[in-house]
Design a binder for this molecule. Sequence first.
Ligand code: HAM
Length: 426
Amino acid sequence: MSPSTSPSKEISAIKGTKDILPREVRVWQKVEAQAKALFELYGYRELRAPVLESTELFEKGTGETTDIVTKEMYTFSDKGGRSITLRPEYTPSVARAIIEHRLYLQSDPLRFYFIGPMFRYDKPQKGRYRQFHQVDIEVFGEKDPAIDAEIVEMADTLLRNLGVRHAETLVNSVGCRACRPAYSKDLRAHAQSVRDLLCPDCQRKITTNPLRIFDCKIESCREQAALFPKITAYLCQECRDHFAKFCSTLDLYEIPYKVEPNLVRGLDYYTKTTFEIVSAGLGAQNSLLGGGRYDDMMKDFGGPDLPAIGFAMGMERLISVLKVEPEASRFLYIATLGEEAKAKGIEFARLFRRQGVESLIEFGDRSLKNQMSRANKLGAAWTLIVGEDEIRKGLFQLKDMASGTQNEGTVDNLLKIVREKAQDSK
Ligand code: HAM
């Protein structure tokens, strides 16, 4: 067989990635628009950082003992020999950008949001992808626990506005550099005493960072982790006070929450507050969003000593728990008969589109009957019929596809009808 006739193998999307097709994209666009509008209401502005970052950024930021850095990063050498990573999360990128552009010297609030793809080489399953999308928000320069509560309230409002039910807010404090070492020491000793019951990976974590044992997804390790000492008993006075004020501000906002002492979250940078919103509807990957405070990252990156807090929500997980009503179609199909009519149809399509009416004209030669059935199949709200007779008379037929009623009129009159009906149905 010649190369042109040999059947070629279908190429599929890479494992753990997926296409988001037009009908689903409509839902994404709505969620994105609502999220952005809400964040702007709270004084956040969009910051767009590159997908590619230096590997060092995540080693330093996300943390060298995390599963993300040890196992899940898409890292490669570029042609210049630099070690590059497709961002697995957004937080370190924002901190880097603030320092690089000295944004802390400007008068704008240091509140940022972003919606975009992240990449983690994890085992794909329901709710877990290798390319997924996060809605991310970050705040810098606020150390008062009231901001911790405000961002939880903002997340809660977004979920409520989107109609998400059955979500639960979990909160905790993971302490700070002053009080965590004593906890890590006791945790290490405890984990060592049950070493044989832990998986090889967790056995390694006993030395590197025992806190990371809480991230293990293996059931037997989870059972052991549930029996480990709780950080709550080790918090210093400052962390204790911070947590108490965070919780009392959540009460002020009337946000129900549950204190979950094992919620240490899988990233090394957290200090004090951590939180997650989980949804039973999600199955095993039940975290809709997660976040917390990371007061040391800016100074660890060589920037100013600015406290910070943020969260990220998984778009795929969010969309999967939304109840979506199918959208009513609002477009006009222009059916034409003959060359002259096609030219007129093109003119009308431009006119209608300029007036904000979604219009579709198909250019292949088709009978009128065929075009009417196409309009039906595609879900047009109206069909405008343009034939040579109609052009001569200057009067055209507009068919309302749902009711079947037909109106005859000049194109301006018909345009008026379409616009009025579109307005009524809004
Ligand atoms: P994270 O908990 O790693 O936190 O991810 C946040 C959210 O992203 C999760 O709750 C989940 O909805 C979604 N997600 C994570 N991994 C996947 C995956 N493989 N497939 C689908 N969805 C996923 C962070 O990334 C932190 N940067 C959050 C943060 C911002 N903390 C402070 N500021």
